[in-house]
Structures are given as structure tokens and as C-alpha cells.
Design a protein. Structure first.
Lengths: 354, 508
């Protein structure tokens, strides 16, 4: 028996040693942050690969700076940066939600972006007041309604959705979704928590069905006659209008998009944005990349690939976005959304928004 | 072990307002839904897995061979993909019932997890002896009586293992339940972590959740202890297939084709349709890089995890009361821990070590080597170990348990040393379990999402990550290329399983 144990422990030790020796060197291929021979920039992106890679490739070709990329959920990346601490290789942090940028900032993970050329490109509302993050594109969360709906004139403001008139007629996805959390956070920012809770409670009562599926599924539900109003991000609606699947396209064509709160604070907007991590090793390269992301060429690329609105003024947008005209946006609350996100989640728990 | 201590240490932090909020508002729902999900999936996978396994191992009917490997195909289908696919179908076809509820989640998850039960139960049924079966017949038992009173009890450890694995995986699932709008413990943990930005409460929830799972697993193990399963009459004459009437043949084929159709053919056809006609993604070199990365990673992980499982299993066999063994029992709970929780539990301790090493180096030699473990393949595979060691070690140990200790003693008395026992006796007998373990881990890693996404090195991508990114961006049609590839790559190991394990009887 003694023999056996020795044999096994020896084997175990051996295998662990082999593991470490095999994988530790592999690591240096993973992120070659020690390799000074080559200029590079390491990007942690909450934005999906598909929606950022082509632009990074162009940046590489133009500048010769190698871009290394990891994509994951923004929160996971925040956690990764936090635990990696000083040794973190991240040089640029990209998210698709202003709340996450703000959270990273509050946790002390970002640093000031010292560049006038970057700051001057953007309207004030799309830059953090301490300049720790900047927006790179805009996304509007609004409603898509059935074209057959007769009482649509009664729907002017988001707050109208709490009226009894819409009972059993509203479709929306689960409150686990970050876009819904930001939306409720913006209501809290505008009305205070108490008033927002009364309003959201009534809104939930008006739901046509239990929240499930993604934004496109809500639009499909209108076509199926399950509801009249779907709360969605504008680009998912466009995605569906342009779908190659005839039924999806047909469903989208039975609906129209309307933008709310146009006579007061403006429609709810969120941004995709970037910040430079505190321990960035390639600070200058990160700034170059941000600058590149705010070029009119890159900005038009966003507008074209994902139908998001550019943050710089002179960028061209698609014909469809153009046809929607200029939309008034609720920009002033943008930098409060991150702070209010936990309140929004708990509020939705209390009123039973699943 | 470190990650578990890390998780458990969370209970020493004071409970904050968020904890109270959760207990007041949502904890009961989470608990109830998770419990229903686990039992629902356990029951349904038992029903589908055991019945199809028995039919294909006792009766002979046309297309039996092809059906017996087609039954494994759903294993290659990630659960969230099948859910998205079905919702896509239901959205366009009006008369189908809605699956966006708890029942739908149970159905979707069971459709892709029943092969666990099927593969393990079938292995056990095929091992059952002819004598036993014939004695039962002589004593006047009908086929069904034999099934319920002899076959199932004899195969109990294997079946329970399959059902437990399926239930644990269902508990850890996030993508599917979230998409179908069901709030479970897992979605609650994320909501607390991501939505409320409260890692402490999230880990406390995870710890509570794991304690509950542990109690169930413990009860199951205790109930099994009372019975010894090493079959003494392991006769070498295997059962012959029974031949049935035409009518019964058709019935069996229909029964077996139900899970194949719903778990594989329908969703795969839909994915193929999307991939060929709708997808904007190209099958370019970038895509094939991802394919080779995925295969490489899955292969490495499967080899390493199987190897570690062998060690673990042997420690248990030769030294069942050692502390290592007790620890290992806890670690094999990993299968029920949601991926992102494992990710944090691995990330934080290793990053701390990395930073410590760098501090020492900088203060002593003024030199930094950057991160050693974080962002490496090592940490990724380490995390896979925690998550998938359960599948692997339990598969292997169920194989090893069938080799009675008396065999070892007999060999020893004949002068064989431990090396000879391992290489000449155990290895040949364990080949099946080792292969099963390797292939299950291979497929699991290939489908794995959150760990890979969070812990991977720069510029390293897998099919599963790619598919999920596109799908979560509501471009399911574009995601179909990667999903089809996952399934196709999964078919290869499935065929190997069939040839080596399930085909055994064919030689007789």
C-alpha cells in the first residue's frame, strides 16, 4: 500500500510540474506585453468581435501597431482588470453601455484621457466629466408599434406606457438585460426612485406576456398579434427590416418605430464607449486607437455595420437613419446611469419585472 | 481547492442590504425554479435516456446500429443554441406551443442532455449477463418486468450518474434559462453580480446554492453506499438481441426517433438553413483558425482532465479515507457551479499570486515578468478541471468500481506488482470509461462558453464564443455557421464513442 501511494503521489507531482512547464511559456504568446520590439495595444472589449475586429484590422494596417483583442461581457472584463491589478495588460477598455464605463471609473480602474484632439471631436455629453471615458457610438432604446394601432397618438412619452389604455399590449425582454436596466435607471434619474417605481409597477401590469426572448422576438410578437408595442433598441429593428428571412422582414414591415419624449427630455439613449485602464502599458497607442475610432471613416463604419448613430457631428449615416430625421435625445442623464443601475435592478425585482 | 475556499470565505463577509433585498423578493422563486428545473431535467433525461438505451441494447430491429449512434447526436448541440433555434421556429409557425417558460427550459435542456444517461445506461445494459436475463425469463417475467425489476436496478449506478450529471449541468445553465425568461439561482447570481455590482452577495448566493447541491449529492452517495454493485456473476456470455414483430419494430423505431428528431434533426436543419441561405458570415481562413483553436483546446483539456481523473480515482481506490479523497469529493461538485462563478473563483487567487510574484521581482531585481498565470492556457485549463472533473472522474470511477478489489488481490497473490496490475488488468478493463471520459470532456469544453470567454488569452477565439456573441447580438443566422461547426466537430467523437463502446456487442 505504501508503495502504491508513493507511485501515485510521484505521478501527481510529475503531472503538475509538466503542466506548469508546458503552459507557462505558452502564456507569453498569449499576451506579449514583454515584447518591446513591436508596438502594440491590448484591447479588452465588451463589444462583440464582429463589431470591432474589422476596424481594428484597418488600424493595424494604417499604423503598424499590433492590436491584441479579448472580447467578453463588460462586467467580466472589469473583474479581470480589477484582479489583475498593476500587472494587467489591458490598454483599452471598450463597452456597449455607459453604466459599465462609469462603474470601471468608480472602481478606479480607468485614467484620464489626456488629449485635446480627442475631446474636441465630441459633444460634451459624450465625454465623462473627468475625461476618463468617451462615447464612440449612440444607441436609442424606444418603442416599435403595430402599424394597425389606432390610438398611437396617445403615446408621446415613455411615461404614457403606464396608462391603463395599454393593458396587455406591451412586450419587452427580461430585466436581466442591461438595456432595460439602463432604461429604468434613466427613469430614476429623471423622476426620482419613488415616482419611477410607481410608474414601472404600472408598466409591468401592462405587459402582454412574461418577459422572454431578445428584442427581435418582441417585434415578432407584434406581428403574431400578441402585443401592439415592443420596447427595443433601434438597430435591432433595422436588423429585422433588412433581414434576409422573409417572415422576419414581413414582421418588421408590419410595424413602425416611434421616438418618445420628443417634446421634453428626449428619447432614452445609451452609448458604446472606451476608457484607458489605469495600468495601461501602451497609453499613447491607446490614445491613437481612440482617435482612430472617432475618425469620420470609423464612425461611418459603425453607422453602416450596426446602424448605430455616430457621436461626431459630420459623419454620414444610412439612408434609413437619415429618413428618421434628427431625434432629440436624453443625453443629460448619461453619466448617472451607472450609479443608478443597482437601484434599477432592485426596483425591477420589487415590482416583479422578471 | 483554492477556488472553493475562496467561495466559501464569502460567508465571513457580513450580509448586506442586497442580501436582504434578495431574500425578501426573489430568493424563493430562484430556489423553486432551480429545484423544478433540476428535477424536471433529471426525470426527463432518465425517461428518454433509459428507455432508448434499453430498446437499443435488448432488441434487434432495422437500422438499430445507425439509430444507436444517432441517439448520441444531440450531445453536440449547445443548449442555448437549441433554445434559440426553437424559438426562431416557433416565432414563424403559429400553432406551436410557447416554450418560453420553465417547462420549455426543462424540455430544451433535456433534449440535449439525455445522451449522458443514454450512453452510461447503455454501457451498463450491455454488460448485463445473459444468465440473469434468462433466469428471469424462466421465472416467467415479461420484458417490461425484466426491464423494471432486473435491468434498471442493476444499471442503477450508471443511470444515477447520468441523471445527476444532467441535473447538475441544468443547474449551472445560464444562457438557456435566461433566453427563455426563467429566473433561477444562476440567473440570480449574475443579476446580483452584474446588475447590482455586488460580488460579495453573488458569491454568498453561490455558496448557499452549492451547499444545497452538496446535500443532494451527499444523500445520493449515502443511499448508494448500502448496496454493493460489483457484479459477481460477470459472465462472459452476452445477451443476444431479441427479434420482434414488424409492428413492434416500427414502434421502437418511432420511439427512438422522437428524441433524435427533436434534439437533433429539426434544430440542425434549421441551423443549416440559416447557415446556407441567410448567414452573412464567410467560411474564410479566420473561421478555420477558430475551428483549429477550438479543437486544439478541447483536445488538450480532455487529455489533461482525464489524466487527472485517473489519479484522483486511484487515490480513492487505494486510499478511500485520505484527506485528498475528501477534498476531491467537494471538487467534483464543480459541475453544478455556473461557469462565470468558477471564472471569478479562479481568476482572483491566480491574479493575486501573479501580482505577488511581480512585487517580489520588482523589489529584489527591479524586473517584472508580467502576468504568468492570468490570461494563459494554464488558468483556462485549470478552470475547466474544476468545472469538468466531475464528468470525467465519475465516469472513470464507475468503470473502476466494476473491477472488484478481489481481482487486485488475486493478481497480487500471483506476484503482480502495481504497475502490472494497472497496465495488464485495469487499463484494458477501463478503456471504455477512459474513452467516454475523454470524449465527454472534449464535447463539453467545445460547447463551454463563460469560462472560455472570460479567461482566454488575447486573440484566441473558440466556436462557442463566436456563436454566442453573434447570437446574443440577435444575429442568430450569422451564428449558425459556428453552431453547425460545433455540431459537426462533435459528431466525430460521437462516432468514435459508438464504434468503440456501443458497438461492442456487435462482435458477439
Amino acid at each position: 500500500m505504501q508503495n502504491t501511494l508513493f507511485f501515485i503521489n510521484y505521478k501527481a507531482l510529475q503531472s503538475i510540474l509538466i503542466l506548469i512547464f508546458v503552459f507557462a511559456p505558452v502564456n507569453s504568446f498569449g499576451h506579449s506585453s514583454n515584447d518591446h520590439a513591436e508596438e502594440e495595444v491590448n484591447v479588452y472589449s465588451g463589444r462583440k468581435g464582429k463589431l470591432i475586429e474589422p476596424m481594428l484590422k484597418k488600424f493595424e494596417n494604417k499604423t503598424g501597431i499590433k492590436v491584441n483583442l479579448i472580447t467578453a461581457k463588460s462586467d467580466a472584463l472589469i473583474k479581470r482588470m480589477e484582479s489583475e491589478g498593476e500587472s494587467s495588460p489591458a490598454d483599452l477598455f471598450v463597452t456597449v453601455d455607459v453604466g459599465r464605463l462609469d462603474r470601471a471609473k468608480r472602481m478606479g480602474l480607468l485614467q484620464k484621457i489626456n488629449s485635446f484632439s480627442i475631446v474636441n471631436k465630441l459633444p460634451q455629453n459624450y465625454i465623462d466629466k473627468d475625461r476618463e471615458w468617451v462615447g464612440i457610438s449612440k444607441r436609442i432604446r424606444t418603442v416599435v408599434i403595430s402599424k394597425k394601432m389606432k390610438d398611437k397618438n396617445n403615446l408621446k412619452n415613455f411615461e404614457d406606457l403606464s396608462k391603463d389604455q395599454w393593458a396587455g399590449r406591451i412586450c419587452v425582454r427580461s430585466s436581466n438585460n442591461i438595456y432595460n436596466q439602463s432604461l429604468v435607471a434613466s427613469l430614476i434619474a429623471n423622476h426620482g426612485e419613488k415616482k419611477a417605481e410607481v410608474f414601472v409597477k404600472k408598466l409591468v401590469k401592462n405587459f402582454a406576456r412574461k418577459p422572454s426572448g431578445n428584442d427581435r422576438a418582441q417585434i415578432a410578437a407584434i406581428a403574431k398579434g400578441e402585443c401592439d408595442i415592443a420596447i427595443v433598441n433601434h438597430y435591432y429593428y433595422i436588423l429585422m427590416l433588412n433581414s434576409k428571412e422573409s417572415e422576419k422582414k414581413k414582421a418588421a414591415n408590419e410595424t413602425e418605430i416611434i421616438f418618445l419624449n420628443q417634446d421634453n427630455r428626449g428619447a432614452h439613449v445609451n452609448i458604446s464607449g472606451v476608457g484607458i485602464p489605469k495600468h495601461a502599458k501602451n497609453y499613447e497607442n491607446a490614445k491613437l486607437l481612440i482617435s482612430y475610432m472617432l475618425d469620420s471613416e470609423s464612425q461611418e463604419w459603425y453607422a453602416k455595420t450596426n446602424n448605430e448613430y455616430p457621436v461626431i457631428k459630420d459623419a454620414k449615416v444610412s439612408q434609413l437613419l437619415n429618413s428618421w430625421g434628427s431625434i432629440k435625445l436624453d443625453e443629460s442623464t448619461l453619466n448617472k446611469l451607472g450609479d443608478l443601475n443597482p437601484n434599477a435592478v432592485k426596483l425591477m425585482d420589487r415590482v416583479g419585472w422578471q | 481547492m483554492v477556488p472553493f475556499i475562496f467561495l466559501a470565505s464569502s460567508i465571513f463577509f457580513p450580509f448586506n442590504d442586497n442580501w436582504i433585498h434578495i431574500v425578501d423578493n426573489v430568493l424563493f422563486d430562484y430556489f423553486l425554479n432551480s429545484l423544478t428545473l433540476a428535477f424536471g431535467v433529471g426525470f426527463l433525461t432518465f425517461l428518454i435516456g433509459t428507455s432508448t438505451a434499453w430498446l437499443t441494447s435488448v432488441f434487434d430491429f432495422p437500422f438499430r446500429k445507425i439509430i444507436s449512434w444517432l441517439l448520441l447526436m444531440p450531445l453536440a448541440m449547445p443548449a442555448y443554441i437549441i433554445a434559440i433555434t426553437y424559438v426562431g421556429i416557433i416565432d414563424t409557425v403559429n400553432f406551436l406551443p410557447d416554450i418560453r417558460n420553465l417547462f420549455g427550459a426543462i424540455l430544451m435542456i433535456s433534449l440535449v442532455l439525455y445522451p449522458y444517461v443514454y450512453i452510461l445506461a447503455r454501457g451498463a445494459f450491455l454488460e448485463q449477463s445473459k444468465e440473469l436475463y434468462e433466469s428471469s425469463q424462466i421465472l416467467g417475467a415479461t420484458q417490461l418486468q425484466i426491464f423494471f425489476n432486473v435491468s434498471i436496478p442493476m444499471a442503477r449506478p450508471a443511470i444515477i450518474l447520468g441523471v445527476t450529471l444532467a441535473a447538475m449541468e441544468a443547474l449551472a445553465d445560464f444562457g438557456t434559462v435566461e433566453f427563455l425568461g426563467v429566473s433561477t439561482f444562476t440567473t440570480g447570481i449574475f443579476r446580483t453580480w452584474l446588475g447590482m455590482n455586488d460580488t460579495v452577495t453573488a458569491t454568498q448566493m453561490a455558496t448557499l446554492f452549492l451547499s444545497i447541491v452538496f446535500i443532494f449529492v451527499f444523500i445520493e452517495q449515502q443511499s448508494r453506499k448500502r448496496v454493493r454493485y460489483a457484479e459477481n456473476i460477470k459472465t462472459q456470455s452476452k445477451l443476444n438481441y431479441k427479434i420482434l414483430s414488424k409492428k413492434n419494430n416500427i414502434l421502437i423505431i418511432v420511439i427512438c426517433f422522437l428524441p433524435i428528431t427533436f434534439g437533433f434533426i429539426i434544430p440542425f436543419m434549421q441551423l443549416l438553413y440559416w447557415s446556407i441561405f441567410i448567414s452573412n458570415e464567410n467560411w474564410d481562413s479566420g473561421f478555420f483558425n477558430i475551428v483549429s483553436d477550438t479543437l486544439f483546446l478541447s483536445f488538450m483539456a480532455a487529455v489533461i482532465i482525464t489524466f487527472i481523473s485517473i489519479l484522483v480515482t486511484y487515490v480513492k481506490r487505494f486510499n478511500p479515507n485520505s484527506i485528498t479523497n475528501k477534498f476531491m469529493q467537494i471538487i467534483t461538485l464543480g459541475y453544478a457551479i455556473p461557469g462565470p462563478v468558477v471564472a471569478i473563483a479562479v481568476l482572483v487567487p491566480f491574479a493575486t499570486i501573479d501580482n505577488y510574484i511581480n512585487h517580489v521581482l520588482i523589489s529584489k531585481f527591479n524586473f517584472s515578468i508580467g502576468l504568468i498565470f492570468s490570461g494563459s492556457f494554464f488558468i483556462l485549463i485549470f478552470a475547466y478541471c474544476i468545472r469538468f472533473l466531475t464528468v470525467s472522474s465519475r465516469t472513470i470511477s464507475s468503470g473502476l468500481d466494476a473491477v472488484s478489489l478481489a481481482t487486485d488481490d488475486a493478481a497480487k497473490s500471483l506476484g503482480a506488482n502495481i504497475k502490472i496490475i494497472l497496465s495488464r488488468i485495469h487499463f484494458p478493463l477501463l478503456k471504455t470509461s477512459l474513452l467516454t471520459s475523454f470524449l465527454l470532456v472534449f464535447i463539453d469544453v467545445m460547447k463551454e462558453l463563460p469560462l472560455t470567454s472570460i479567461l482566454r488569452p488575447f486573440n484566441f477565439n473558440t466556436l462557442s464564443v463566436k456563436a454566442f456573441e453573434l447570437a446574443s447580438d440577435e444575429k442568430i443566422a450569422d451564428a449558425s455557421n459556428a453552431a453547425v461547426m460545433i455540431v459537426l466537430a462533435g459528431i466525430i467523437p460521437v462516432i468514435i464513442i459508438t464504434k468503440n463502446i456501443l458497438g461492442k456487442r456487435n462482435k458477439v
